[in-house]
Write a protein that binds this ligand. Structure first.
Ligand SMILES: C[S@@+](CC[C@H](N)C(=O)[O-])C[C@H]1O[C@@H](n2cnc3c(N)ncnc32)[C@H](O)[C@@H]1O
Length: 381
């Protein structure tokens, strides 16, 4: 049994080290930037529950795995020289995708896999945010998705809205995964959707369908929108939130869009679009020099400060353990200024366990750059 798993380009070494520590019996099998496969054992996956448990456990425990699937096989689709005429390219692409679809369904049938939904993704070619690159479902992958559905064998698969490639997969569903690792080179696999976490398993390649709006004042909007969807924090209209390291204000915008009241702490200037929002108050100061009495109604804290992880953890620990703050949860980034800082992640995670939260999670989210996101939450406040 093999698992394949997409990750951020650049995170491969940290990911491999993590898997060696968490799953000492797994063996690295194939490695490309942004995509790794691991040999689990000598068995052949047959049982749905076994697939569900292996994949959910892997994705829940790993910081760097975006999602994962049990591999069923590989396809090397020969690419022929394509004419430069655009119309011919389209026709040839469609033809190539039809023949690919037949091969993919043949693998599924060979393994007697009956699926509810298809997830297609391509390994990233750049780190997120670099040269304008952001992971997404490209029109070409959507076209392949459409052709795969057209070519699906009978009986047809039955997931609701299975023709929408970004519709979230539902608990209990079985997903056919098609991962393009290089031009014409595909891994075919399967995973099943558990009842609760992780949400990444519900989307192709673990990429939540989020696009940055035109009025977002910073790229941080993307990672906080993804972070709030991933953490599932039930931030309600009127909730008081603290944003540490708020400037220029993308994260605050995400909170404001949920109807929250935001205190933004940052010595730097806020973007006027955020500053002039009626729900926003700027405390132009460093967090260490800001009076804690201002936080007596704070229920949620987000933070994105460009300092070493140990300093962020000190700041967050002090806020988390103050009795006078009626805190429900915190969502914050830890910046891995050097990849070698990833070696300290187990120690950082240990430290979080003592802050009194019921739910502690750490993940390198799809829209994170060289950093990871921490979500800690109290269930009964
Ligand atoms: C990556 S930017 C934050 C982006 C912002 N969260 C957004 O959504 O647009 C990091 C910010 O942390 C702020 N910062 C660094 N150290 C800080 C401290 N001790 N207290 C408050 N803010 C701090 C910096 O001034 C900078 O504006």
């Amino acid at each position: 049994m093999f698992l394949f798993s997409p990750c951020q380009v650049g995170a491969e070494t940290a990911f491999k080290t993590e898997i060696r520590r968490l799953f000492p019996n797994f063996r690295l099998s194939y490695s490309r930037p942004g995509f790794l496969t691991f040999k689990v054992d000598n068995s052949t996956p047959t049982d749905d529950n076994q697939i569900l448990e292996i994949v959910s456990d892997f994705v829940n425990r790993s910081v760097f795995a975006r999602t994962a699937a049990v591999s069923l096989g590989k396809i090397n689709q020969e690419t022929t020289d394509i004419d430069t005429d655009t119309k011919t390219i389209e026709v040839e692409k469609t033809e190539a995708f039809r023949s690919l679809a037949d091969k993919i369904w043949a693998i599924a049938e060979q393994n007697r896999i009956f699926v509810n939904r298809i997830h297609i993704f391509r390994r990233d070619v750049l780190p997120p945010g670099e040269n304008g690159f952001e992971p997404s479902l490209t029109p070409e992958l959507q076209m392949l998705h459409h052709i795969l559905i057209e070519h699906s064998p009978k009986p047809k698969f039955l997931g609701v809205h299975h023709d929408n490639p970004n519709y979230p997969a539902q608990p209990g569903e079985k997903i056919l995964n098609v991962a393009e690792t290089d031009s014409g080179y595909y891994f075919v696999g399967v995973h099943t959707i558990p009842k609760g976490l992780p949400i990444q398993l519900c989307y192709p390649g673990g990429v939540l369908p989020i696009t940055i709006p035109d009025n977002a004042v910073s790229r941080a909007w993307l990672k906080f929108e993804e972070g709030l969807q991933w953490s599932g924090f039930p931030i309600a209209k009127g909730d008081c939130c603290l944003d540490v390291g708020a400037s220029p204000g993308g994260g605050s915008q995400v909170l404001l869009s949920r109807g929250a009241k935001v205190l933004g702490v940052d010595p730097a200037e806020m973007d006027p679009a955020v500053l002039n929002h009626s729900g926003f108050t700027h405390i132009r100061n460093k967090i260490s020099q800001t009076k804690r009495s201002l936080f007596q109604n704070v229920r949620w804290i987000i933070a994105d400060i460009n300092v070493a992880p140990n300093y962020t953890l000190e700041v967050m620990e002090e806020l988390a353990t103050r009795k006078e703050i009626p805190l429900c949860g915190m969502l914050f980034t830890l910046k891995l200024f050097q990849w070698s800082l990833a070696e300290h992640l187990p120690a950082y995670i240990d430290r979080l366990q003592y802050w009194g939260f019921d739910d502690v999670r750490v993940k390198q989210l799809v829209f994170n750059r060289q950093e990871v996101t921490v979500a800690v939450q109290r269930r009964n406040v």
